[in-house]
Design a protein around this ligand. Structure first.
Ligand code: ADP
Ligand code: ZN
Length: 435
């Protein structure tokens, strides 16, 4: 693919210049936060760090971390660094883990966020000639507004569909020849399924690329979406605490996401000790907002488990790359003492020829964990012979046992019986937490 950049100078900047830029921004940002956010000033005071100790990005490790529980303690205004009258927007997390936080934006912050999304759209080949269908939710959730803003900046014709109303999504996509689709990967899979049911073949669908994120998804799911929609499917990452989607985005190489590190500095730490780990190590991703004004979190622990790489990328961008997050520390289920990530189940299902429509149900009976995986039958697997169904369930359970090390009970359920998601999919029902 011919490479286009939205902000070439930044996206292809030398490592040395980038470090200089990050250092200058960090020194200013730490002063701004120290002077305007008493909550963080206290954390710095407790650690015995002052803004004078931070002279370059190499000093970042001296600063204290922020966690989601700090955000809860400081709710709603405790981490605000600008007067409310200078803010123009509020967004909130989608509450996947049950705890919402609110984030504030000045116009400057909205602009830099939209620039990040514009970089993402340009990286997948988007230009002003494209029709960009934004099927992320609009509202408190960041997805819709973020990609909408980026699409405007690139000059695409923007279809602000929001999530849901699948019939209208399909109609507008076909009638208005949408070329880029932005939504969660689970909703993209669902749209693909609906298009297929309505008799559309991949070659009938005008889309050429999709920008999918906001939840974990596997390489197998990428291939499946690419095949059903006849597109290239690209990953995008972000979180409300930093801005929203666009913190990192995938390029033509499709081997991880470039972090917009002129705005968000990424570190990988050992989640147990807090120690910064060298490039290439797996650990918890931590972000520092280098130039956001209203809600500038320093060393925010995302709980996402990830790896960073500075390997040269064929797209020409020099921005550090993050691998697909393999789940969050709090997504990880511990079943019978074994760590299980929903993404591992998804990999098995797609490798075995099933659709990514599944739900994991965990419970505790007589002090023992029960572990069930409900999986939809596909047309290809359909049979009414009980013995065949049992054999398929057993073979899936074996494949999962090989991947996970523990044995689930697999139930094949009727097609369409697991609720489809228009936003982030609900993959896990952990009844143990309700006890
Ligand atoms: P919530 O924590 O309520 O889900 P957000 O809507 O801000 O709040 O979601 C941010 C989180 O979504 C990230 O921390 C990450 O766990 C997940 N996420 C976002 N994009 C991706 C992606 N491309 N791949 C995997 N996980 C993602
Ligand atoms: Zn690249």
């Amino acid at each position: 693919m011919e490479q286009n950049y939205y902000q070439r100078e930044i996206e292809t900047m030398s490592a040395e210049d980038m470090k200089k830029l990050q250092s200058e921004k960090l020194v200013k940002q730490v002063k701004h936060v120290y002077e305007n956010v008493p909550y963080y000033k206290n954390l710095m005071d407790e650690k015995g760090v002052t803004p004078d100790d931070i002279r370059s990005i190499d000093d970042l490790h001296k600063l204290p971390f922020l966690t989601k529980s700090d955000l809860r303690d400081a709710y709603p205004y405790g981490l605000l660094a600008k007067p409310l009258e200078d803010c123009v927007r509020i967004h909130s997390t989608s509450g996947t883990t049950g705890r919402r936080v609110v984030a504030f934006y000045t116009q400057h912050d909205v602009d830099l966020w939209e620039d990040c999304c514009a970089r993402a759209i340009t990286a997948v080949g988007g230009t002003k000639k494209d029709v960009c269908q934004v099927a992320y939710g609009y509202g408190l959730f960041t997805g819709g507004f973020g990609l909408n803003g980026g699409s405007h900046k690139v000059g695409c014709l923007t279809l602000p569909m929001s999530s849901g109303n699948t019939e209208r999504q399909v109609q507008f996509m076909m009638d208005l020849s949408a070329t880029i689709l932005c939504c969660t990967p689970s909703y993209a899979a669902y749209l693909g399924e609906s298009l297929k049911e309505q008799g559309y073949k991949p070659e009938d669908i005008p889309l050429k690329a999709g920008i999918f994120g906001a939840e974990p998804w596997t390489e197998e799911m990428r291939h499946q979406i690419e095949e059903t929609l006849g597109i290239k499917a690209y990953d995008i990452y972000g979180l409300t605490e930093t801005t929203g989607p666009g913190v990192a985005f995938e390029c033509s190489e499709q081997t991880g996401m470039h972090v917009n590190e002129d705005h968000f500095y990424a570190e990988i730490i050992d989640p147990d000790t807090g120690e910064v780990l060298p490039e290439g190590s797996k650990g918890e991703l931590v972000f520092t907002s280098l130039d956001k004004e209203a809600f500038p979190l320093l060393r925010y622990r995302t709980r996402d488990i990830c790896v960073l790489s500075r390997k040269k990328c064929s797209c020409g961008r020099t921005l550090v790359k993050m691998a697909k997050p393999m789940g969050r520390t709090d997504d990880m289920l511990i079943i019978r003492g074994v760590n299980v990530f929903p993404s591992q189940i998804e990999t098995v299902l797609l490798t075995e020829g099933y659709e990514p429509n599944y739900q994991i149900v965990v419970d505790r009976v007589n002090n023992n964990d029960t572990f069930e995986v409900n999986v939809e039958m596909t047309a290809a697997h359909f049979t009414d012979k009980v013995s065949e169904i049992l054999a398929m369930e057993k073979s899936l359970a074996n494949a999962m046992k090989t991947m996970l090390g523990i044995n689930p009970t697999v139930h094949l359920v009727a097609p369409k019986s697991i609720a489809r998601s228009e936003g982030k999919a609900v993959r896990v029902i952990d009844k143990r937490k309700l006890i």
